[in-house]
Design a protein around this ligand. Structure first.
Ligand code: IVH
Length: 638
């Protein structure tokens, strides 16, 4: 097995390179058997010996190093910060359901399609982009559109192939987890989920490597695969060298509930931390026709496991005043450890919830926590609670509207401070914490958002805790944001009830600066905008019209409209062989506002048909869809 190498030689012989290549391939195969299949075929000693030979050869002939050699998994470079990187197509989240009945309602609404069932792994999601078969970039989920480039860290994960045999550009998505045995070897880390997410975002890949992460794929982003069912896509993915997990196809409620129960039963002994099962429509054509809501695909749902529960005691109930003036009761409890996290504060949401639970100060309570959800009081002994009549912050009279308690004093310190803080956070203006905002407010320097933009360095210098540098930095960070923030960030920063980042992006894309002039009916046209958000938006725009106009004038957010072309809003499918790669066409189409469709369905407007169009061409003819050959398509649309 050893391959011979003469030191101090400048010329290498072809057969040495060949031997080196074979050794690299052998190491990769052994690693695949160990990390992906969980079936080692050689001893650690054998692996280490060959690894050493490979790495010695590479030191002598660095020009010959293969990018997928196992030595290339850990470099020496430590980054200063993680760079942002865009996903090629958005990374969606999943809608949750908490009982079989809730799941069943969803499934029946879709007319009970065949499903593909998988465990829901509790870790950190990761997007892998392969180009020409090589791992090109690994990006964390981030906000779903843009994440952080963690390629160097991902390369240390042995269950991520550096090279795959599929050559088209493809995004492979999955969950990065720490197996329980590997987690047990680490010290001082709260739980496997946070440990995995933290490890992935290390600046030094060596630390990531020490955390022994595992990657388990669950789907795709941008790709040009051509299968009929999701289960086939996953089978293909596993054949590329990724780690598999329990998955089944199911047609009946019994099969689905059995899968759920079996997975729940295996939860303790499973090496992967699981928090439920994920159920996905198997037919890709049906998936496509269902499409997406604001945050979730309509063709998948998570069915979560019950939460872990512990008992504790309520020590105190405090009322917090939020940026909208709403008072929220929060229970300070005797600290308990639940699922690896110490819980000492639990929100009680509102009066309704407090009455439902009947708990109060001194009550013994049951507290539950799911991996990704804030802790919750499930039940408890009855106890007393005092409903405040005056705002705990500004002492003005509280207004009661059903279960909601409001402080209506528009200059209440808590309301003002929280809105300013939210505004700064949404515009990603860093370095202005709550304490600074509080001081600025108390000294009557910043009473609302407009005041932020009037700040002068010399005013700040007069404040405690500000030096020349920090005063200048704060002033310039705020004034530098003028003309730089995106319109959607600006909309988000306004803090409209029910409008989060996804909604703000949709508003900006749909209406641009005109959003302020729109009515409820216009808002209802946006995919995923229901009655409540649309009403809240209409009211907001009416009441705050002048103020928002003034802010627009001051902050000057940016907005670039997607160019309007003949392809805008049109759905385009592609078939046959073309002179450019499919992905090149997809990106040209998307740049012009078109929507690429993987299959030919009723909703497709145009089929771009290359040589040998096959079944898609036949279907397009049947459905009366406009068909263009490559030459015409280029001439007319691109
Ligand atoms: S599918 C378009 N499948 O759960 C559908 N996600 O709560 C996107 N997750 O962000 C997700 N196991 O990080 C899917 N078998 C599975 C999963 C899974 C874990 C994570 C994933 C996602 C989050 C949503």
């Amino acid at each position: 097995m050893l391959f011979y190498m003469r030191r101090k030689r400048v010329e290498i012989e072809l057969k040495d390179i060949e031997r080196y290549k074979k050794a690299v391939e052998k190491l990769n195969l052994w690693a695949y058997q160990y990390y992906v299949l969980d079936k080692p075929t050689v001893s650690d000693f054998e692996y280490d010996t060959l690894y050493k030979e490979v790495s010695d050869f590479e030191k002598e002939f660095p020009d010959e190093i293969l990018p997928f050699s196992p030595t290339q998994r850990v470099g020496d470079e430590v980054s200063e910060k993680l760079e942002k990187a865009p996903h090629l197509s958005p990374m969606w989240s999943l809608e949750n359901s908490y009982s079989l009945e809730e799941f069943q309602t969803w499934w029946e609404k879709l007319q009970k399609p065949k499903l593909f069932c998988e465990p829901k792994m509790d870790g950190a999601s990761l997007n892998l982009i392969y180009k020409s078969g090589n791992l090109w970039k690994a990006i964390t989920r981030g906000d779903g559109k843009t994440g952080e480039d963690v390629t160097k860290n991902a390369k240390t994960i042995k269950s991520i192939p550096l090279k795959i045999s599929y050559l088209e550009e493809i995004e492979i998505r999955g969950e990065v987890v720490i197996l329980k045995d590997d987690f047990a070897k680490l010290e001082n880390l709260s739980n496997p989920r946070n440990a995995a997410a933290g490890a992935l975002r290390q600046l030094d890949p060596k630390i990531t490597a020490e955390r022994l992460l595992t990657f388990i794929p669950y789907g795709f982003g941008k790709n040009s695969l051509d299968f009929e069912n999701f289960s086939e896509e996953i089978r293909f993915l596993i054949s590329l060298g990724f780690r598999d997990t329990e998955r089944i196809k199911a047609e009946t409620l019994e099969e689905i509930s059995n899968f759920y129960l079996k997975t729940l039963e295996s939860r303790e002994k499973n090496q992967i931390e699981l928090d439920g099962v994920v159920l996905k429509v198997d037919s890709l054509e049906f998936q496509e026709s269902l499409g997406f809501g604001v945050k979730f695909p309509k063709w998948a749902i998570a069915l979560k496991f019950p939460a872990v529960e512990k008992s504790s005691k309520i020590l105190e109930i405090v009322w917090q005043v939020g940026r909208t003036g709403v008072l929220t009761p929060v229970a300070n409890i005797e600290p308990v450890e639940i699922g690896g996290v110490i819980v000492s504060r639990v929100t009680l949401h509102n009066l309704d919830e407090v009455c439902r639970l009947g708990v109060g100060i001194g009550s013994k309570v049951i507290v539950a926590r799911r991996g990704d959800v804030i802790p919750k009081i499930m039940s408890g002994e009855s106890g007393d609670i005092e409903v405040p009549e005056k705002c705990p912050v500004c002492n003005s009279k509280i207004h009661r509207d059903g279960v909601a308690l409001y402080c209506q004093n528009i200059s209440c310190k808590a309301v003002a401070i929280n809105s300013i803080e939210y505004f700064l956070k949404s515009l990603q203006i860093k370095g202005v914490g709550k304490k600074v905002v509080e001081t600025l407010f108390e000294k009557e320097i910043v009473r609302d958002i407009e005041d932020l933009y009037k700040l002068e360095t010399k005013t700040l210098l007069a404040l405690p805790r500000f030096g020349e540098k920090s005063a200048e930095k704060l002033q310039s960070t705020i004034s530098n944001s003028v003309g730089k923030v995106e319109l959607w960030q600006f909309i988000l920063a306004l803090g409209i009830r029910g409008v989060g980042d996804v909604g703000a992006k949709a508003l900006s894309k749909e209406f641009g600066f005109e959003f302020l002039f729109k009515s409820k009916d216009d808002f209802l046209q946006i995919d995923g905008f229901g009655d409540e958000i649309s009403s809240s938006l209409e009211d907001f725009c009416k009441v705050n019209f002048e103020k928002v106009e003034r802010l627009l004038e001051i902050i000057k957010p940016k907005f670039e409209k997607i160019i309007n072309t003949k392809l805008s809003g049109k759905k385009i499918a592609i078939t046959g062989t073309l002179s450019k790669s499919r992905n090149e066409y997809i990106s040209e189409i998307e740049k012009r506002g078109g929507i690429f469709s993987k299959s030919v369905t009723k909703s497709v407007d145009i089929l771009l048909s290359g040589e040998g169009g096959g079944s898609k061409l036949d279907r397009a003819k049947k459905l009366n869809i406009a068909i263009f050959n490559e030459v015409d398509f280029l001439k007319i649309f691109l």
